[in-house]
Design a protein around this ligand. Structure first.
Ligand code: SF4
Length: 78
């Protein structure tokens, strides 16, 4: 799955939402989140993010690794 990391916080540009073919990117509080079970790993969202906040899960920079879990937890808590 793809995940959204810290650069999205307080930005919420939403260009990714327009791009996602399965509508699995949701707004929540201060950032956007990708639903890990709905994402089809197409990669369409990654290049359109103006702040480069989106990464394939294996490519998330170490300092933002907690965001992988945060994306999962966001939907668990709904
Ligand atoms: Fe949506 Fe594709 Fe991005 Fe997954 S990788 S969130 S399916 S645009």
């Amino acid at each position: 799955t793809y995940t959204i990391a810290e650069p999205c916080v307080d930005v919420l540009d939403k260009a990714c939402i327009e791009e996602c073919p399965v509508d699995c990117i949701y707004e929540g509080g201060r950032m956007l989140y990708i639903h890990p079970d709905e994402c089809v790993d197409c990669g369409a969202c990654e290049p359109v993010c103006p702040v480069e906040a989106i990464f394939y899960e294996d490519d998330v920079p170490d300092e933002w690794s907690a965001y992988v879990k945060a994306n999962v937890d966001f939907f668990d808590d709904l």
